[in-house]
Design a protein around this ligand. Structure first.
Ligand SMILES: [Zn+2]
Ligand SMILES: [Zn+2]
Length: 288
């Protein structure tokens, strides 16, 4: 089945990238170890949903019953201490269906609930067709996922087929993993496109990115400039109109990058953006 083949490649790629970044980025090792363990649970959920999809209008119940318990188990077994403690407290409450439903409907919920819902629902929506994604609430417009109405998790630039061309820009949905094209140099949070309002922060030594609004601001100064950049293919795209930001991955600058994995392991960029007073359009699965 075509979907299953494409799907298994998706998970193989994510695992490969977790292993690569784990070796390169000591600061993210614990998080990547945990994500690696979670990926095994998510891949199984993806494959199960591919083989036997839930009946119409029952995605939340399916996820709560068949996926969430495994996400709880792996988190309790190898999750970071604080998350593990929160999850243990939460599972007493037996509200799995409600936890997933709230995330699907875009309602506010505690961070631990959001984590459980996202980790469980994500691979199932990735496996299913548009009708399952349509069970989620949210506007279908340029700044929301066309399939499920979710907010963008990150932005990325595709590697252009032609070396001289610049790759197209895409946003990736935090809820279902769908990607959609989006204008360059336009805020993904509010649509602002006045260059004076848009700030791009990239690391010293980074060569990728549009000129004109680059602020080379990451800590480390001259020393960092002489060393190889840790995130040569990534940047912070921030907006002074809505004070929000997201991280962007340039696949032309690192063809081995897997945006969803690279974004998660770029914690120093998130910390820097927050120090500048910006808040992320959507925190990633790990809460950064
Ligand atoms: Zn979506
Ligand atoms: Zn904005």
């Amino acid at each position: 089945m075509a979907v299953a083949v494409a799907g298994s490649e998706l998970w193989t790629e994510r695992r490969r990238r977790v292993a690569e970044l784990r070796a390169r980025r000591g600061f993210a090792r614990q998080l990547l170890d945990f994500y690696g363990a979670l990926l095994a649970v998510q891949e199984r959920a993806f494959l199960d949903a591919t083989v036997s999809a839930p009946p119409p209008r029952s995605v939340a119940a399916y996820v709560a019953e068949l996926v969430l318990p495994s996400v709880v188990d792996v988190t309790v077994a190898v999750g970071p201490d604080r998350l593990r403690a929160e999850v243990i407290q939460r599972i007493e409450s037996q509200e799995g269906h409600d936890i997933v439903r709230r995330w699907m409907q875009g309602e506010g919920q505690p961070a631990v609930d959001r984590y459980l819902a996202r980790a469980s629902l994500g691979p199932v929506l990735e496996a299913l067709d548009v009708s399952a994604k349509a069970e989620c609430d949210g506007p279908r417009d340029a700044r929301h996922c066309p399939a499920c109405g979710g907010l963008p998790q990150l932005s990325y630039f595709a590697a252009a087929a032609d070396e001289l061309a610049t790759g197209a820009r895409y946003l990736l949905c935090a809820r279902c993993g769908t990607t959609w094209g989006y204008a360059r140099l336009t805020c993904a949070g509010c649509g602002e496109d006045a260059s004076a309002k848009l700030n791009v922060f990239s690391e010293h030594g980074t060569t990728s990115g549009e000129r004109g609004s680059i602020v080379r601001g990451l800590p480390g100064g001259a020393v960092a400039a002489r060393q190889a950049a840790v995130f040569p293919h990534m940047r912070i795209e921030a907006c002074d109109s809505c004070r929000r930001y997201l991280l962007s991955v340039d696949l032309a600058a690192d063809r081995g990058a897997v945006p969803i994995v690279d974004e998660m392991a770029a914690i120093p960029l998130d910390l820097y953006a927050r120090e500048q007073g910006y808040s992320k359009i959507t925190t990633n699965l790990m809460g950064f």
